[in-house]
Design a protein around this ligand. Structure first.
Ligand code: G1P
Ligand code: ZN
Length: 544
């Protein structure tokens, strides 16, 4: 075997964020940049010699080049077998599914999720552990520590592997298997949901759906599942071919970036159901006819209706949500008499709860929902879950939501993002707020009185690990809340996220636009944090 050891010098900026290492493509193209990070991953792991690694990405620019480098390095470092998605494609939930199904040691996902792709846009790399989920903090910090001292890496001198042809080849002593990207994942979905019922709905002639894959990774999965297995008419999946630059778009399923879908669902003669997913397929947006389902509500509604779905027929062990996600699901958990966990932002914090059987469903306000079927959030899973509920109840998306609010009350919710603002000013805004926290409780402004103000800290109930400074929370005595956080996934400047929530028990007041319902809280947030002053922006870049 022709292993070469290449000497290298550390890069100082390889600290993984909320979800792996994300940088602009030219950063990754610097000499040894990717290689250093990959070697640091391998050096932080133990016992993988001869074991199986799963590799795939969302098809964005630099995906194929990166995979060739990773395969040669994984072979040189002694992995026994590598499963690679055909054409280099694997969605994030599919990687998780394949790691679990094939008892792999771990996996490498190449994606910058919802960030744009292309020669000057974003790329990313993330390591997943043997449970199929994102590496926990102790692993990512070990990787980061290693990047700071690395002096050499190992790579096989070999030709490129043909990523497009299914089958097995050898790279040195390592077996490379190019696997169908969709089959294992589609099988798992079929085992969870009532495909017969959903097929009846989709072929009934009086229900129309539109799935927008935004030219990203879910295209092949959605086409195989909705149009193939479930019989939806061809054309149901739109923008279904993964493109290296996502067609120039921003593959983020929200009201701003999935504009075509939103226009369709809010236009004349709209379909009954619309859904979109992100670059790597772990996020989802759910729309009804002229109706948007807030992701926090979506989690609560899935939890409340879970027993309609065969895979969750026996009920839920518990639920979990990230701290900035609204408390709508807490109300469902209380009614069901199950535990509800509040974790920091990022899917990696759900892993232990899922492994320990403490939570069955998890979700984040950032269009992420999932369950213990894998260890990632899962966009198409959420779409199928909604379809299963619609098929089982015969109700519309809007009816399901209105009835849910009538039963549990409505948690009005909105997130305001100030993207690509000056890093230092954003840090100053947060520091200033931190300095105010002790004095806030008891202060009153109009209808609001501060009940608590803190910087969220989390102790993992399974392994006792502590995560601090996870977002500033200011909670009011009437249940309203504002949360301030800086994004850990942005690649340009800083992104300030402001999360706003209030609770309305009275169903006569459930018809308001969230921006109207939250108007006084929004004004107070700006006054307290001086958002306009620090960001220099009159309004948020994205309002959800
Ligand atoms: C964002 C979301 C977070 C999600 C992450 C990865 O992270 O807010 O919920 O887990 O992307 O998809 P952030 O940029 O806020 O750190
Ligand atoms: Zn994603």
């Amino acid at each position: 075997m022709n292993v070469t050891t290449i000497s290298t010098t550390p890069y100082t900026d390889q600290k993984p964020g909320t979800s792996g290492l994300r940088k602009k493509v030219p950063t990754f193209q610097q000499p040894n940049y990717l290689e250093n990070f990959v070697q640091s991953i391998f050096d932080s792991l133990q016992g993988y010699r001869g074991a199986t690694l799963v590799v795939g990405g969302d098809g964005r620019y630099y995906n194929r080049e990166a995979i060739q480098i990773i395969l040669k390095m994984a072979a040189a470092n002694g992995f026994g077998r590598i499963l690679v998605g055909q054409n280099g494609i694997l969605s994030t939930p599919a990687v998780s599914c394949i790691i679990r199904k094939h008892n792999a040691f771990g996996g490498i996902v190449l994606s910058a999720s919802h960030n744009p792709g292309g020669p000057t846009e974003d790329f990313g790399i993330k390591y997943n552990i043997g449970n199929g989920g994102p590496a926990p903090e102790k692993v990512t910090s070990a990787i980061f520590d290693r990047t700071k001292t690395l002096s050499e890496y190992a790579i096989l001198a070999a030709g490129d592997v043909d990523l497009d042809r299914l089958g097995t080849t050898q790279l040195g002593n390592t077996t490379i298997e190019i696997v169908d990207a969709v089959v294992d994942y589609a099988e798992l979905m079929e085992s969870l949901f009532d495909f017969d019922k959903i097929r009846k709905l989709l072929t009934s002639g009086n229900f129309r759906m539109c799935m927008d894959s935004l030219h990203a990774v879910t295209g092949p999965y959605a086409t195989a599942i909705f149009e193939g297995k479930l019989g939806a008419p061809s054309g149901t999946v739109q923008n279904g071919t993964p493109l290296e630059d996502f067609g120039g778009g921003h593959p983020d399923p929200n009201l701003v970036y999935a504009r075509d879908l939103v226009e369709l669902l809010f236009g004349d003669n709209a379909p009954d159901f619309g859904a979109a997913s992100d670059g790597d397929g772990d996020r989802n947006m759910i729309l009804g006819r002229q109706f948007f389902v807030n992701p926090s509500d979506s989690l609560a509604i899935l939890a409340a209706n879970a027993t309609l779905v065969p895979g969750y027929r026996n009920g839920l062990a518990g639920v979990a949500r990230s701290m900035p996600t609204s408390a709508a699901v807490d109300r469902v958990a209380a009614k069901l008499g199950i535990d509800c966990y509040e974790t920091p932002t990022g899917w990696k914090f759900f892993g232990n709860l899922l492994d320990a059987g403490k939570a069955t469903l998890c979700g984040e306000e950032s269009f992420g929902t999932g369950s213990d079927h894998v260890r990632e959030k899962d966009g198409l899973w959420a779409v199928l879950f909604w379809l299963n509920i619609l098929a089982a109840t015969g109700k519309s998306v809007e009816e399901i939501c209105q009835e849910h609010w009538a039963a549990y009350g409505r948690n009005y919710y909105s997130r305001h993002d100030y993207e690509a603002v000056d890093k230092q000013s954003a840090a100053e805004l947060m520091e200033r707020l931190r300095g105010m926290l002790c004095d806030l409780p008891g202060k009153e402004w109009g209808p609001f009185e501060v009940e608590y103000a803190d910087d969220f800290s989390y102790t993992d109930p399974v392994d006792g690990s502590v995560a601090e400074k996870q977002g500033i929370r200011i909670g009011m005595t009437d249940g309203s809340r504002m949360v301030f956080r800086l994004s850990g996934t942005g690649t340009q400047g800083a992104t300030l996220r402001l999360y706003l929530e209030s609770f309305e028990p009275d169903s006569a007041k459930h018809h308001l636009d969230p921006q109207t319902a939250l108007a006084s809280l929004i004004a107070l947030a700006d006054e307290l944090a001086k958002i306009r002053k620090f960001t220099g922006r009159e309004k948020p870049t994205v309002t959800t």
